[in-house]
Design a protein. Structure first.
Length: 519
């Protein structure tokens, strides 16, 4: 009986010790301070990920469960967390030591400035510190030796007078303002031809041909009769007779004027009284005969075109440019032309007209340029290479075109912060131009003097995307313990019931022990 009582006492003591230890352990695991510290320790420990599957994050090295590749260590960046109210003076001192890189608009991160103020929407600009820029938006940190092996090249964001050179092929044509047509307003026969082939050079006033017209002969005779009649009745006492003679002379002379009879020819007729059988047509301008219908002995009708003369001292060149080049073109700007068979000779001209319609198939706009042609080198029908220097945008912020990574929806540039730190920056771009048309105008997103990457940025972009994905997963991993607080609380709240049940069992055990001791 004593042996059984001793055994019951031993079992009771062991159960009491186990309950106390369990209660203390549960209390320690439910302590919020200890849970946070353990979570922080978990974040500070080295994690491992897969280069092909960044969503795979392990706490120990090994192989990727998806592709079997060896895991690589995760490059963790410091995550700035919020702290409780503490020493405000110390915090203000740390913020004073922080370096402000630039100021940005709250609603548009690409709208940045090098000084505080208001955004385009009227909101206060917010500062971006160097430590914030290094930890947000997919910023990466790479060993400087690795950067050198990657052959990364840099350039500086600069300002310049920005313009675009436009090249096109143009077709030389006649200047339509200097085209002349020679025709006659009377019917007759060509009796003498002075200019008898196409392409002949003529001077202004040079005889072209002579036409015999019976109507012209009759009208000249009527004019002489009207002139003599006016002289005969000039001393008449009757005013009506004088007026009738004056009206007849005037109508006859007007008929000659309508036939484009020169005034000199009419004056010759008045002075000599000699009627000419033919009418001579002279060249209206200096130029080249580009079309000829006149043939010796040909019967011509009134209004028939006999010659077409073109003044080639100036010519037109019609060229086509793409619609996106149209903003650089305006009437009056200078242009240069070059011929394939005279490559060393340059011709200077200007844009005289921009046609107000678009070729829907080619998506081009036709422009007209005017050039001086004193040596007649620019021959209509030839092709010429045309060079236009677009209008200048003064003091524009520009970067090389090769520095931009275009994703379709974003334009990204990597800004270097030194010591292997690179920050991806979204920018808004304008037109392309500058020397060799290799530069792009920056509308927002960069500041003058910033150093950007021009070669190797695609590898930086891959690393940036990988780091950004990993950091998002780490943040989710950090937030998981907070979401697990409810089950822990439920477990903790369930403990008093268990303790109560254990407490209720203790009197029975003590009662048995007492009975055992009595026995």
């Amino acid at each position: 009986m004593n042996r059984k009582a001793g055994l019951n006492i031993t079992v009771g003591v062991v159960l009491i010790i186990a309950l106390v230890v369990g209660f203390l352990l549960l209390k320690g695991s439910g302590d919020p301070d200890k849970s946070v510290s353990s979570g922080s320790a978990g974040l500070d420990s080295q994690l491992w990920t897969c280069g092909m599957h960044p969503e795979v994050i392990m706490e120990e090295p090994g192989q990727c469960p998806k592709c079997g590749m060896d895991l690589v260590p995760v490059k963790q960046t410091a995550i700035v967390q919020e702290h409780d109210h503490g020493d405000m003076q110390g915090i203000e001192g740390k913020q004073k030591d922080r370096k402000i890189l630039y100021w940005k608009a709250p609603m548009d991160p690409s709208e940045i400035y090098d000084h505080p103020g208001k955004s385009r929407m009227g909101m206060d600009l917010v500062p971006v510190y160097d430590d914030e820029a290094a930890g947000e938006g997919g910023s990466v940190v790479i060993d400087p030796v690795t950067v050198q092996n990657m052959n990364v090249r840099y350039t500086t964001v600069q300002r310049m007078d920005f313009s675009r050179e436009i090249r096109a092929v143009g077709l030389i044509d006649y200047n339509e303002e200097n085209l002349y047509t020679v025709n006659t307003k009377i019917s007759g026969w060509i009796e003498k031809l002075y200019v008898d082939f196409t392409g002949q050079m003529v001077q202004k006033g040079q005889p072209l041909l002579e036409i015999y017209s019976p109507d012209l002969v009759t009208t000249q005779e009527e004019y002489l009769l009207a002139l003599n009649n006016k002289k005969a009745v000039s001393q008449s006492k009757f005013e009506s007779i004088r007026e009738s003679a004056e009206s007849l002379l005037k109508s006859t002379r007007q008929r000659l004027d309508y036939w484009d009879i020169p005034s000199s020819e009419i004056e010759r007729l008045e002075s000599t009284g000699e009627v000419r059988k033919t009418l001579r047509l002279d060249a209206p301008a200096t130029g080249v005969v580009v079309h000829k219908n006149a043939v010796d002995g040909l019967h011509v009708l009134s209004g028939m075109d006999l010659y077409k003369i073109a003044d080639l001292s100036t010519v037109w060149i019609e060229a086509s440019i793409y619609d996106y080049e149209l903003p650089w073109i305006q009437e009056g700007q200078k242009a240069n032309a070059e011929l394939s068979y005279l490559p060393d000779k340059k011709y200077e001209g200007k844009v005289s007209y921009v046609y107000p319609y678009l070729d829907e198939k080619a998506r081009t706009v036709k422009i007209r340029l005017q050039f001086r042609n004193p040596d007649l080198d620019l021959k209509p029908g030839m092709y010429a290479n045309v060079y236009l220097q677009g209008k200048t945008v003064p003091n524009a912020l520009v970067i090389p075109n090769e520095a931009i990574i275009r994703t379709g929806s974003r334009n990204v540039v990597f800004v270097t912060r030194g010591e292997g730190k690179f920050e991806p920056r979204d920018i808004k771009t304008g037109e392309t131009g500058g020397p060799g048309n290799d530069y792009v105008q920056v509308l927002s997103g960069l500041l003058e003097g910033e150093k950007i990457v021009t070669s190797g940025q695609f590898m930086l972009d891959s690393e940036s995307r990988l780091q950004e994905a990993i950091q998002k997963m780490l943040k989710e991993r950090q937030q998981k313990p907070r979401s697990m607080e409810t089950p822990e609380k439920n477990q903790k709240e369930a403990m008093p019931g268990k303790d109560h049940e254990a407490g209720q069992g203790m009197p029975d055990m003590q009662h048995d022990q007492k009975q055992g001791m009595k026995m």
